[in-house]
Design a protein around this ligand. Structure first.
Ligand code: NAD
Length: 424
């Protein structure tokens, strides 16, 4: 079955999310009454955000908050600040959050928010005013039992602190569990910042164990060196793997003998240098060449739609672990599958962030803090169990892991709809 995309949601990432949904549903006996409901958002709010800039002028930005499905609990999902944010992109990401939370067994539905803005062009004051007005505009949707935002591309712990404060000012008391990814001093969780990268590593280590690939002989290439990519690189380095190439938006750095990731992180912190300029650690490499380097594991951890039908035939990894959301197009998926490359899909591989966000929300509700070692071991336990469940499902049914993961998430959500029934 092929879905028709509503014009207001038409965006390549939304088309990809719906095509993946259609593909998974073709392997299931999904109640046809649920099909139309689940392939588009339950609620979507589009807001104007007027912001007084430092020069005294008022600039108006466009923001969105989308709740894809509320059947299993409050919705959860990040806030993205990026110039290309659209309603369609945010809706696709919200849908992915629904399957991701259901797959991991978390008591949430999927949401996402975003503002079409380049945050690097704003001063700190402008960023704060933008965030506070955006949260005031989407306030009716938010709440610890309604919808709980978190960081995503272009947002960070400081922005989440402004989210928490703005919400708390509106209701008149401190509400810690309205947002996750906050600083520790206002109810953030130990281990949250590195959680997505750590979850990517947990999954990578299980893939290597399952396929009997010795870790110390393993070469890794990572696209993107932000929150997800840099933590994944550091933890993989600490575990003894050889990270041979990394990249940021300016280009890549390659060293076939393995990059000294801790030294690169220290250097970058010291002078905020871009990766291709750090030639004391390796050779600069172009974006397109990095993705096709021979390696055991390729981790896209930057943007959507990076592995396409053009570069998929040239990809030389054995295992592709999706740190980013939607990095592989549908055409590329088919090519990688035919070539025997194992793809661990985003909704499984990058679930570490929302799993530890769930821990943060639970700690805030309990007014109790967990030890970091407890957080790491609970994360590892949840993501590893989900990985083997989906791997075995894919092997038994001879379907790609992406299809198996989507089926698992969709089935869980369908069960919730079925037992709740249709209101009224
Ligand atoms: P980030 O903004 O911290 O980092 C993005 C990185 O990608 C930066 O290093 C940037 O320079 C780099 N980049 C941009 N364009 C690039 C290009 N063309 N080639 C190579 N690198 C490029 O973002 P993040 O939080 O690390 O998120 C990365 C991806 O992971 C996104 O798809 C996001 O949705 C997904 N994700 C993030 C989290 C989280 O907890 N942060 C959780 C789940 C999924």
């Amino acid at each position: 079955m092929t879905s028709v995309i509503p014009p207001e949601l038409d965006h390549s990432t939304f088309r990809l999310a719906v095509a993946q949904f259609d593909q998974a549903v073709s392997h299931m006996a999904l109640d046809p009454n649920l099909f139309d409901r689940l392939k588009s958002p339950q609620r979507a709010l589009s807001v104007s955000i007027p912001v007084r800039m430092d020069d005294g002028q008022v600039e108006v930005f466009r923001g969105y908050r989308v709740q894809h499905d509320l059947s299993r609990g409050p919705t959860k999902g990040g806030i993205r600040y990026h110039p290309d944010v659209t309603l369609g992109e945010v809706s696709a990401l919200a849908m992915g959050m629904t399957w991701k939370t259901a797959l991991a067994g978390l008591p949430f539905g999927g949401a996402k928010g975003g503002v079409a803005v380049n945050p690097t062009h704003l001063s700190s004051g402008e960023l704060e005013r933008l965030t506070r007005r955006y949260i005031a505009e989407i306030f009716p949707l938010l709440g610890p039992y309604k919808d709980i935002p978190a960081p995503d591309v272009g947002t960070n712990a400081q922005i989440m602190a402004w989210v928490m404060d703005t919400y708390s000012q509106q209701v008149g008391f401190s509400v810690r569990d309205v947002v996750t990814g906050k600083p520790l001093s206002i109810g953030g969780s130990l281990g949250r910042e590195e959680a997505t990268g750590r979850g990517v590593v947990d999954v990578t280590l299980e893939v290597l164990r399952h396929f009997q690939q010795p870790l110390t002989d393993t070469t890794i290439v990572i696209q993107g060196f932000g929150n997800v990519g840099s933590h994944a690189a550091r933890i993989l380095y600490e575990e003894g793997a050889k990270v041979i190439a990394i990249s940021d938006r300016f280009g890549g750095l390659h060293n076939p003998k393995g990059l000294d990731i801790p030294a690169i992180l220290t250097e970058r912190k010291r002078d905020k240098s871009i990766l291709p300029s750090l030639t004391q650690f390796g050779e600069p490499i172009l974006h397109e060449d990095l993705l096709t380097l021979p390696c055991h594991v390729l981790i896209p951890a930057a943007l959507a739609e990076q592995i396409t039908k053009t570069n998929a035939p040239k990809i030389q990894c054995q295992f592709l672990i999706e740190g980013a959301n939607g990095p592989t197009t549908l055409d590329a998926d088919a090519i990688l599958n035919d070539r025997g490359i194992l793809v661990v899909p985003d909704i499984l591989a990058n679930a570490g962030g929302v799993i530890v966000s769930y821990f943060e929300w639970a700690q805030d509700a309990q007014r109790f803090s967990w030890e970091e070692s407890h957080i790491h071991s609970r994360l590892q336990s949840i993501i590893t169990k989900a990985f083997y469940r989906i791997l075995h499902e894919a092997e038994d049914k001879k379907i790609p892991m992406r299809t198996a993961a989507l089926i698992s998430g969709i089935e869980e959500v369908a069960r919730a709809h079925q037992c709740r029934g249709l209101y009224p």
